[in-house]
Write a protein that binds this ligand. Structure first.
Ligand code: HEM
Length: 558
C-alpha cells in the first residue's frame, strides 16, 4: 500500500540527482572553456560505475602494493600523462603527479586549496582540532601556535634519542658469535619513536621499550591512567581511522564500537600529562617555573606559555604526535630494510659514520657532526624517494579554480577544478617518474642525490604553506639512531629471504613484512662497552649479551 509513494519519492530523488549532476557539468564546462581549460585524460572506469576500480584499489592496498598499483595505473594511461580525471559512483576527482600543479596547490594558489574535509572528519574523534586536521583560519591559528616552537635549534634532543635507543638495544641480546638473534626492527622502531615523541611532547615518555622506567615517577599517583596501554590504544584507533580513510567520503559507513574506547584511553593519558604540567606538579615535586622547559625542549611547556586551555593543548599535542611518530618509525624501518639488502651501501655508510663521528658508540655525537654526513643525507633521501614514506597527499578546491597544466592531448593546457573537487597527489608515483629520475628510477642508489637539489618534483614533506614542521626533527632522529647502530654493528643480514617488497600503506608506508634482520656486533664497540662497564673484554659469551648502553651484563630483559 505504501510501496507506490515510496517508489515515487525514490524515482523523484534519483531524477533530481541526475538533473543536478548534468546541470553542474554543463555549468562547469562553460566556465572551463571561458578560462581556456581543457579536461585531462580520464582514467578508465572499471566495472559498473567504477566499482571495479574501487575493488582493485582496495585489493592492492590489502596485498601491500597500494602505491605501486596507483603508479602502474597512471603509467598505463601514459608514461608522459601526469594528470588524470577519475570517477567512482558520482565522485569525481583529479589525480596529479605534475610538479607544476603541485606547486600551484601547495604554494602559488594555496588560497584556492585546502586539506579535505574527510581528514578532519576521520581524525576528529581521536585528535580533535589541531594543526593536522584544521582548515582555513583555524589551521592558521594552530600553525602559528606550533611553528614558532619548531624554529628553535634545540628541538631535536640527542640525549633523548640516546636514552630511548639504549632501551631498544636492550631488546637485542647478542650471542656468543657476536650476532643478535633474528629480530623484526619495525615494531621496535615504532616503540622507539613513541617513547621519544611522548617525552618530547609531554615531558614524560610512556616508556614502551623500558616499562621499568615508567613505574618510578608515577607509582605514587593512584589516579594515573594506565600508560602501558597508550601505544596499543593509539595504534588501534589509528588502524580504524586508516580503514575509514581508504573509503574517503564513504568512511562513515565503517562502524567500530571499540573506537570511542581507544580514543578515550589515549586522551585520558594526555589529559593526565597536561594536568600535572598545568598544576606544576610532576613526580610529586613542584616544577620550578624558571627551569620549566629551559634545560630541554618540551612542546607542552612551550605551548603552556601561550595557552592554558586544556582541550586546545591536548588536541594540538595529539596532532603533532600523530604527525611525528609513525612517519619517523617508517623511515627508520625502511632504512634498515634496504641496508640489509645492500651490503655495499651498508659499508659506505658505516665508513662515513666511523670517519665523521667516531668508531666508539659511547662517544658524544653533536648535531653539527650528524648533519655533516653527506652520504647519510643522500641515503635518507633515497629511502624516502624509493618508498614514499607518506605515499599520498591531497587537497580540495575551496572555490572554482584551475591547475596550470595537464589538460588537452599534449597535457599543456590548464585544467578546470570545480569547488569541492579532491585532487590526489600520489607522491610515490611522482618519485618513480622515469622522465624525472631517469631509466634507473627503480634502482636504489643514494648517489643519485650527489648534485641534486630539492624541487617541486620531490615533496615527501609536503611544501608551501602546510609544509611539514618536523622534517629536521625526523631526519635528526633517524640519522642519530642509524649512526649509533652502525657504530655498534659491522654487519647486517636479511633474514626474510627473497621476495617482493611489500608496502603496507596506512597514512605512512611501512614494510608489510617487517624488517627481519640480524646484526653483528663490531669487535671495537664490544671492547668499548666492556671498558665502559669495567667488565672483562675477553668475555666468553655463554649467555646472550645485553647490548644496552649503561646496562649491566646479565640484567633481566623486559
Ligand atoms: C619521515 C618523517 C616525516 C614525514 C615523511 C612527514 C611528512 C609530512 C607531510 C607530507 C606533511 C604535509 C601534509 C599536507 O600537506 O597536508 C607533514 C605535515 C606535518 N608534519 Fe611531518 N613528516 C614527518 C615527520 C614529522 C615529525 C617528526 C614531526 C614533529 C615532530 C612532524 C610534524 C608535522 C606537522 C606539525 C605537520 C602539519 C603541518 C601543517 O599542516 O601546517 N612531521 N608531514
Amino acid at each position: 500500500m505504501y510501496f507506490a509513494p515510496i517508489l515515487l519519492i525514490l524515482v523523484g530523488l534519483l531524477c533530481y540527482k541526475v538533473a543536478s549532476v548534468l546541470i553542474r557539468r554543463q555549468r562547469n564546462a562553460r566556465k572551463a572553456s571561458r578560462l581556456g581549460c581543457i579536461p585531462p585524460p580520464t582514467a578508465p572506469r572499471k566495472g559498473f560505475l567504477g566499482i571495479g576500480t574501487l575493488r582493485e584499489s582496495i585489493r592492492a592496498t590489502r596485498e601491500d602494493r597500494g602505491p605501486v598499483w596507483m603508479h602502474e595505473n597512471l603509467n598505463a594511461i601514459g608514461k608522459t600523462v601526469h594528470t588524470v580525471r577519475a570517477a567512482i559512483f558520482d565522485y569525481e576527482l583529479i589525480i596529479t603527479r605534475d610538479a607544476q600543479n603541485v606547486k600551484a596547490m601547495f604554494a602559488t594558489q594555496s588560497q584556492d586549496f585546502d586539506i579535505g574535509l574527510h581528514r578532519e572528519k576521520c581524525f576528529k574523534s581521536l585528535l580533535g582540532p589541531g594543526v593536522m586536521t584544521n582548515r582555513q583560519e583555524k589551521w592558521k591559528h594552530s600553525r602559528r601556535l606550533i611553528q614558532s616552537q619548531f624554529a628553535r635549534d634545540n628541538v631535536a634532543d640527542l640525549d633523548l634519542f640516546q636514552r630511548h635507543l639504549n632501551a631498544l638495544l636492550r631488546r637485542m641480546p647478542v650471542s656468543e658469535d657476536g650476532w643478535t638473534a633474528k629480530v623484526d626492527l619495525s615494531p621496535l622502531f615504532y616503540s622507539f619513536t613513541l617513547d621519544t615523541s611522548t617525552e618530547f611532547l609531554f615531558g614524560q615518555s610512556v616508556h614502551t621499550l623500558s616499562p621499568e622506567d615508567r613505574a618510578g615517577p608515577l607509582s605514587w599517583d593512584y589516579n594515573a591512567p594506565d600508560l602501558s596501554t597508550f601505544g596499543y590504544h593509539l595504534d588501534e584507533a589509528k588502524h580504524i581511522i586508516d580503514r575509514r580513510g581508504a573509503l574517503a567520503k564513504y568512511g562513515w559507513l565503517l562502524r567500530d564500537n571499540t573506537f570511542p574506547d581507544h580514543c578515550k584511553a589515549v586522551q585520558d593519558c594526555v589529559d593526565y600529562f597536561i594536568q600535572k604540567r598545568l598544576d606544576g606538579t610532576w613526580d610529586g615535586r613542584k616544577v620550578d617555573e624558571k627551569t620549566r622547559g629551559r634545560d630541554k625542549f618540551i612542546l607542552l611547556d612551550e605551548l603552556i606559555g601561550k595557552t592554558k586551555d586544556h582541550y586546545e593543548l591536548r588536541c594540538e599535542l595529539l596532532n603533532v604526535l600523530h604527525a611525528a611518530r609513525d612517519t619517523t618509525a617508517s623511515l627508520l624501518g625502511w632504512s634498515f630494510y634496504f641496508l640489509a639488502r645492500h651490503a655495499d651501501i651498508f659499508a659506505i655508510l658505516r665508513k662515513e659514520v666511523l670517519d665523521t663521528l667516531s668508531a666508539d658508540p659511547s662517544a658524544q655525537i653533536t648535531f653539527a657532526q650528524l648533519w655533516s654526513c653527506k652520504y647519510m643525507q643522500w641515503f635518507l633521501n633515497e629511502i624516502i624517494r624509493t618508498v614514499g614514506v607518506v605515499p599520498m597527499n591531497e587537497r580540495v578546491a575551496v572555490r572554482d579554480t584551475t591547475l596550470p597544466c595537464g589538460g588537452g592531448p599534449d597535457g599543456r593546457s590548464p585544467v578546470f577544478v570545480p569547488k569541492g573537487t579532491q585532487v590526489l597527489v600520489p607522491t610515490y608515483s611522482m618519485q618513480h617518474r622515469e622522465d624525472i629520475w631517469g631509466e634507473s628510477v627503480e634502482e636504489f642508489n643514494p648517489e643519485r642525490w650527489q648534485d641534486r637539489k630539492f624541487g617541486w618534483d620531490f615533496i615527501p614533506f609536503g611544501g608551501g604553506a602546510r609544509q611539514c614542521l618536523g622534517q629536521q626533527f625526523a631526519r635528526t632522529e633517524a640519522m642519530f639512531a642509524i649512526s649509533r647502530m652502525l657504530q655498534l654493528f659491522d654487519k647486517i643480514e636479511n633474514m626474510e629471504g627473497p621476495g617482493p617488497i611489500k608496502m603496507h600503506q596506512t597514512i605512512e608506508n611501512r614494510s608489510g613484512t617487517g624488517v627481519q634482520v640480524r646484526l653483528h656486533l663490531a669487535s671495537s664497540s664490544f671492547k668499548s662497552h666492556c671498558q665502559e662497564r669495567k667488565t672483562e673484554c675477553e668475555l666468553s659469551l655463554s649467555e646472550p649479551y645485553d647490548l644496552g648502553l649503561g646496562a649491566e651484563r646479565g640484567e633481566k630483559l623486559v
